[in-house]
Structure formats: C-alpha cells, structure tokens
Design a protein. Structure first.
Length: 549
C-alpha cells in the first residue's frame, strides 16, 4: 500500500504519519536520504532509488489483486490534533481516474502538469491518469522555482492539461503580462476552493479560445469529483462564484437538512455523497469510519458520506456551494481542521487557551488567525509560537496572525464565542527582535513591498519573512514584484528559509552585479555593510560567490 509523504512537511509530522501508517519501507532519493535515515527509527527499510544499479532486474508482481485491495493512505488534517489517514482501494482510485479521463478526454498526446504535493489525492489522480492513458506527466515544484518559471515552463513544456489549486492559479495571473498566452493548454482544472468569475476571466484572457476550465466538488474521502462544471469561452457568467456543477457517473449527491431528510429545491442543506466508490475509511480508526461512512439505508450496497459542506440545488440540477457547516476551513486550497492547530498551540506550554479561525481576505482568499490566552505575562512572542508550530504542522496550517487576549469571549453555555472575537490588527507582530528602520533606498522599498503583500503597517529590516506571517504564495508575490522592479531573480527557496529585508537587499545588489557600475555597486554594499556592523547582520557578499551565481 502506497503512503505518499511530502518531504516539505515538518519532520515531526512526517514521523507521525509514518508511525501511524506502519509502513515497512521508505523510498527516497539521494537528496532526501538524510531525512529518510532520520525517520527510520523503528526498523523501516530505506530504499534509495539513486543507488540502484543501472539495468537492475524488474520483478513483476504476481500476487492477487482485486478492486477491494487497499491502494493508498492519504493524510489530512484531523480534528483530534493528529493527521488522519484516508484509505482508498484500487477500485476507488480507478473509478475516479475513469470519470476524470472520460470527462476531459485524456489521450496519449496530452502532457499533464503535476503541481500538487505527492501527499494529496489530487496527485494520485494526476499521476495515474497520465500513466494509464499513455500521456506524459510533467512535475514542477512551484515552491522551489516560483511563478515566473512556472509561466515559462507551461509554454516550453507544451502542457495541455494543467491541474492547480485555485489560489495558485490566481497568483500565477498576477505575474502574467496582458499579452502572455498559453497556446497549448486545452484544459485548466481548478480545485481546493471556490472558483470565482475573476478566475474564469483570468483563464479566458490567457488561454486559447478552444480551451476549457474545469471546476468541481471533491474531497479526499470521495477520491475524485462528485460534481463537475466545464466552462468554455462563451458560457455566460451569471454568477460571482462558480457553482459546483453537475453529477458524475456512479456518484449521487443529496442535500439533507438537520433532521436528516432531503431539503426542498432551492433550500440549503448539507451536501451528502452516496456511492459505491467512496474511501474505504480512516486508517486504524474504526469508530470514526463507522460514523463518517454509513451504509445506504435503501440497501443498494452504496455508502453515504457527509461532506460538512452546505449547498443549494438549482432547477437544472446544478449544485451551488454555500459554505461550511463546521470548523473545518480551506486555506490556500488546503483543508484544515482548526482543532488540530489549536491542539498544537496548547502543547507550547505557555498558553492556557487557543482558538483558531479562518478570516476572509476579500472574496477569494482566507487566512488563519490564532487567538491565544497566555498562562502568565509577558505573553510569548510570535516568533517563538510560529517556529514552534512550524516544527509540527505544514506551512498552510501555521496561522498568519496571532492575537493575544486576556480571555476568550464566551457564549452563555461557556463555550468560546467565535463570532465575538475581535478583528485582528494589521500592526507588526510582537517579534523576538525589535523593529529596525530601513537604512538604504532599496531596503525602504522592500520594506514597503513586504508590508503591502503581508498586509502589515510596517516591516523592520531584520524581521524574518516567516515570523511576519509569510507563506509560499506571499513569497511568490514578493519574488515576482522584485523581478519587475529590479530585474533580479531571487530564489523562492531563499525567501522561505527565514531571510530578512536586509538579506534580500544584499541579494538584489549581488544579482545586479553584472549590470551595474562596479563603483556604484561597491558603494551600495559598503553602505549596507557599515550599517550592519552594529547589528551583526550579514556582511558584504563574497565576490567569488557572485561569480558562482
């Protein structure tokens, strides 16, 4: 059974998933070998693909397989404070791939992007949709290479089918010129969160007239799409948020009220999926499986899964999305159980209460806000809290904003009143290092840019990007703006490895070294170096290293 683990996740989280899955073998490459050896603490065998000799014999598996054989475990955020594993069978995975293949007509001439983390059900779909149809699968690490390179790569590699979370697609649009086109793309599939009219307009501006935008309803527990909508270049856009679409083969969606009965046409109800092709259940959690996957009372052999999403059905059988029923939220296309983030915060030891909510940032985005009550004053600084969580949770689950309260507002029955929580400020957070003013024009412009992207009143030149609430999508915006302003390419990875405005100013000067007057460059670097002596910050870059770059 396949358990995909994203090496970009914190080691502690990967270790928890590895321990829970009881996987006996860790397959890795030379680049990730040290991490694999660190994780193999319970006798797991480590297979380094880079060490396999050329021409190694291939053994064909001849064991008994059926549609019910377990195929993979996909881990998602869990309300208990630990990730939970969703188990899929070979039959379920093949059914999802067949529906997707038939809907978008995948063929051997197609070139499919692989932008998702390999630890998601979307990646499983993309990988095997390509392989089973004889198409070409083209991986691209956006976090490593950035949005500018993604745009060029889509054209250069002649990608025909691009699968992306909606947020990433929006950010890609922010770096495209008005004349930039993707002539080979025939289909763009968006998922992870709602698709808006602006997303469709962005698609129409940059993709060929014959191309199609695919949006759908899908969750890890269903394995594939349960509703789908295809939008071409002429469909009237009568909505601000795209509906979830129409039924797919062998999957039925119901809308149920609080009493468990179907609601009337046009009324809001919880979206419930009935199918023979749902996930097998939750790995090693039989009670949770029985509660989430209920046999169809009609005795059809299908099972019923409550998604927690609310919807409304149109007269033409098109399903509209209304919102969430519980505290599960979507952040940058990722599903997050806020209870898991709250549990991780309380492990810090300096907090007696914590509530995490998703705050809308305009009609298309949201961010996590943590409201915390310290056990004693002074309250822990945001730097320490954020770095503590970064060791336990994936990037998308670390709150962007932390708000310290004397106590949480409560409902009459004594529960935290989430609706009464104050709006978070946009002031610079209380970091371990004090604020420092910009010292050069480049630092001043960068501080302004960072503050604008991160929605802060001010940014100090020694504040690290992650401590300010930065994340990969914000990093992509900053890197793109730096490229536009100074025509310098800053590696995205460098921005996510805790740099500062001062570091980035030096990197810009270093990157401009080949195009700038040497005396001017030397004066710029000397000014920064002189002001850095008092702070102990990085010194002038080594000229030899500039040559290497």
């Amino acid at each position: 059974m396949y358990v995909p683990l994203d090496p970009r996740f914190p080691t502690a989280r990967i270790a928890a998933m590895l321990d829970d899955s009881q996987a006996p073998v860790i397959v890795t490459s030379g680049r990730r070998l040290p991490m694999a050896m660190e994780l193999a603490q319970h006798g797991e065998h480590v297979l380094n693909l880079d060490e396999l000799p050329a021409g190694s014999p291939v053994e064909v598996f001849d064991g008994a397989l059926s549609s019910a054989t377990l195929a993979c475990i996909i881990y998602t955020s869990g309300s208990t404070g630990r990730p939970k594993g969703v188990v899929h069978s070979h039959g379920n995975v093949l059914h999802a791939i067949a529906n997707y293949t038939n809907c978008i007509h995948v063929n051997p001439d197609d070139r499919l992007s692989l932008l998702y983390s390999c630890g998601t059900i979307g990646a499983v779909r993309d990988i095997f949709t390509a392989l089973l149809n004889g198409a070409t699968l083209c991986p691209f690490d956006v976090k490593e290479r950035g949005l500018h390179q993604l745009a060029d790569w889509l054209v250069r590699e002649e990608i025909t089918v691009c699968n992306s979370v909606t947020t990433l697609f929006r950010e890609l649009g922010s770096v495209l010129s008005s004349s930039q086109r993707f002539p080979h793309l025939r289909l763009v599939k968006l998922g992870g969160e709602a698709t808006t009219r602006r997303d469709v307009e962005l698609f129409r501006r940059h993709c060929a007239p014959g191309s199609v935008l695919y949006t759908c309803l899908a969750v890890t527990e269903t394995g594939g799409s349960v509703r789908a909508l295809l939008v071409d270049h002429v469909m009237p856009l009568t909505w601000s948020v795209a509906p979830l679409g129409y039924p797919v083969d062998d999957v039925e969606t119901l809308l149920l009220g609080e009493d468990g009965r179907p609601v009337e046409m046009g009324d809001i109800g919880e979206i419930v999926v009935k199918s023979r092709h749902l996930a097998v259940g939750y790995w090693r959690q039989p009670d949770l499986t029985r509660a989430a996957f209920v046999p169809d009372p009609a005795g059809t052999g299908a099972r019923v899964y409550r998604t927690g999403d609310l919807g409304r059905l149109r007269p033409d059988d098109c399903l509209e999305y209304v919102g969430r029923k519980d505290f599960q939220v979507r952040v940058r296309g990722n599903r997050v159980e806020t209870a898991e983030v709250e549990a991780a915060l309380l492990e810090h030891g300096t907090l007696k209460e914590a509530v995490v909510v998703a705050q809308p940032r305009g009609p298309e985005n949201s961010r996590l806000v943590a409201y915390v009550v310290p056990t004693a004053l002074p309250a822990p600084d945001v730097t320490g809290l954020r770095r503590f969580l970064a060791q336990k949770l994936p990037e998308h689950m670390v709150p962007t904003v932390f708000v310290v309260l004397d106590g949480l507002p409560l409902t009459p029955n004594g529960k935290p009143d989430r609706r009464a929580l104050p709006s978070p400020p946009n002031a610079r957070p209380a970091l371990a290092r004090p604020y420092a003013d910009p010292r050069t024009p480049v630092e001043a412009e960068l501080a302004r840019l960072w503050a604008q992207v991160l929605d802060l009143e001010q940014v100090g030149v020694h504040d690290t990007f992650l401590d300010l609430g930065g994340h990969s999508l914000a990093a992509m915006q900053i890197v793109a703006r730096v490229h536009e302003t100074w025509h310098v390419d800053i590696p995205l990875r460098a921005l996510l490895e805790a740099p500062t405005v001062a570091d980035m100013a030096l990197a810009i000067a270093q990157g401009m070294a080949s195009d700038i007057d040497p005396e001017l460059l030397d004066r710029i670097l000397s000014e920064v170096e002189a002001s850095s002596k008092q702070t102990g910050h990085p010194k002038r870059p080594d000229p030899a290293r500039r040559e290497e770059r």
